[in-house]
Design a protein around this ligand. Structure first.
Ligand SMILES: *Cc1c(COP(=O)(O)O)cnc(C)c1O
Length: 491
């Protein structure tokens, strides 16, 4: 499979696309076509074998055997049997739990695999440079990348996170990160500032020259990297196979996936699965109060001229959803000129309009909904009271959006809410939503209280954070991100 850029000016093999991250013309790499894949072939297989089978359809240059080796090692780090368990909550209502990995959020699904894909790509392309993974994180990607790349030979990993834009637990996870090749930098700004700053570093010719002298080369672990996306396609197929296996649906029945969304990577992977033939009726794209996507899906206008809110689902606090560009490319029937025009308009004026016809086409497949923190908290309480199910704040946005979708459309097709984080990662807000008095308790005491109330096992990875020493303390302003990196890398 070849990969082409959404902006029309680049083409690469799978290995090269993974190594490069962002395409040289500023666009995102997408597969030149969507391979057909039959979910039935996954029945009876373990999750890691399922993932390898799906990924092999895109990464022929790697081959299924080596991919199976990679996914076996990667998913062995998950503590739940199967890595992506589908949990039945009620009739026709399921949660696909993607947070049983090393950092307790769905980013682990891809970031445990990506280091293998990248170092293999390095080998294949004969590159002798050390790879520097640059990451802008809204909280979860950073930690997952640090864990994934920790002490991987031939790589370093530098993470920028918004100083006041992540939860205490997320901050602590990153500040305590071990490993000799990792760098953690707090930025005085929000996620979009950090993401824009990192994009500028990628495009900085002067910096690239300095790096080249030291045999260093940038790559990306953000979801702009196609290597992040491909492992995510697999769990949509796996969930479907599991639902058939458990008798929840008959083979061929169409289902709904509801995805808590920020950078549009998770849901896009689902859309790719649908393009490969998985019977998905519709996606619900769930946003928090930063509802730029929900508005876009209802009006056809993507407009970032709006206030930015810090919410209790920080990993979704995003106004510029990078991966939407990949969807736009499909929506424009792969017309790169059109994508260029929209992206230029976004850069110039902060908005673009896809027009009524394309909006209607999109709405047939993707329904946009959003909710604020109060409605999210309410549904966390409801889910526990009615079904004994504990949801984190991000997944709650999904459950709430699904409720709205069902009320608005009357569609009662079986639905899967993609559950993206452990409730313990956002313990204070989850605790409050469950009616636990959290005042005066530190985060770990809140976790204990949630465990006592709900019986949901408290992961050892949370308890271990309590006494872990802080190892990273660098803070920089938005305009000083380059200097901070130079200092960290010793340039
Ligand atoms: C990253 C993240 C999201 C958003 O996923 P995207 O792929 O950016 O849309 C949602 N929930 C959690 C917990 C996350 O870490």
């Amino acid at each position: 499979m070849r990969y082409i850029s959404t902006r029309g000016g680049a083409e690469a093999s799978g290995a090269r696309a993974i190594l490069t991250g962002l395409a040289p013309d500023g666009g995102l790499f997408v597969p030149e076509r969507f391979p057909a894949f039959d979910w039935k072939t996954l029945q009876g297989l373990r999750y890691d074998a399922r993932a390898a089978a799906v990924m092999a359809t895109y990464l022929g240059d790697y081959g299924e055997e080596i991919l199976a080796d990679f996914t076996r090692k990667a998913y062995a780090r998950f503590d739940e049997n199967g890595a992506a368990p589908l949990k039945r909550i009620a009739d026709g209502l399921y949660a696909l739990e993607l947070w049983h990995g090393p950092t307790l959020a769905f980013k682990d699904m891809a970031l445990t695999v990506l280091p293998y894909l990248l170092t293999e790509a390095q080998r294949k392309t004969g590159s002798e440079d050390e790879i520097v993974i640059l990451v802008a994180t809204s909280g979860d990607t950073g930690k997952a990348a640090l864990e994934g790349f920790k002490d991987v030979p031939g790589t370093r990993c530098a993470v920028y996170y918004p100083e006041r834009g992540v939860s205490n637990m997320q901050k602590r996870q990153m500040a305590t990160q071990e490993g000799e090749n990792v760098h953690v930098i707090a930025v005085e700004g929000n996620f979009d500032d950090a993401q824009t700053g990192v994009k500028a570093l990628f495009a900085d010719a002067e910096l690239a020259a300095e790096m080249a002298q030291k045999h260093l080369a940038f790559s990306s672990a953000n979801s702009i990297n196609i290597g992040r996306l491909l492992p995510q396609v697999a769990y949509y197929f796996s969930a479907y196979a599991d639902m058939v296996e458990s008798g929840g649906i008959r083979p061929g029945d169409e289902i709904v996936f509801c995805v808590p969304t920020g950078n549009f990577g998770n849901i896009l992977a689902g859309i790719y699965a649908r393009n490969m033939g998985l019977p998905i009726k519709r996606f619900v794209c769930a946003s928090n109060k930063n509802r730029v996507l929900a508005d876009f899906l209802h009006t056809g206008v993507y407009d970032i001229n709006r206030p930015f809110y810090q919410t209790d689902s920080p990993s979704m606090d995003i106004l510029i959803s990078s991966n939407l560009e990949r969807l736009l490319f499909e929506l424009a029937d792969r017309d790169a000129e059109q994508v260029n025009a929209w992206m230029a308009e976004l850069k110039r004026a902060g908005h673009y309009d896809i027009g009524a016809e394309k909006r209607a086409k999109l709405a047939e497949r993707v329904y946009g909904a959003w909710c604020d923190a109060a409605s999210g908290a309410e549904i966390i309480g409801d889910l526990f009271d009615q079904y004994g199910y504990v949801s984190d704040t991000h997944s709650a946005v999904g459950f709430r959006a699904l409720r709205e979708y069902r009320a608005a459309t009357g569609d009662d097709a079986p639905a899967v809410v993609v559950s993206t984080a452990s409730p313990y990662k956002f313990a204070r807000d989850v605790g409050n939503a469950l009616g636990i008095i959290t005042e005066g308790l530190d985060d770990f005491a809140v976790c204990d209280a949630i465990a006592a109330r709900t019986g949901l096992p408290l992961p050892a990875r949370i308890t271990a954070l309590k006494d872990a020493p802080a190892r990273h303390s660098r803070v920089c302003s938005v305009s000083n991100m380059k200097e901070a990196l130079r200092a960290e890398l010793g340039l």
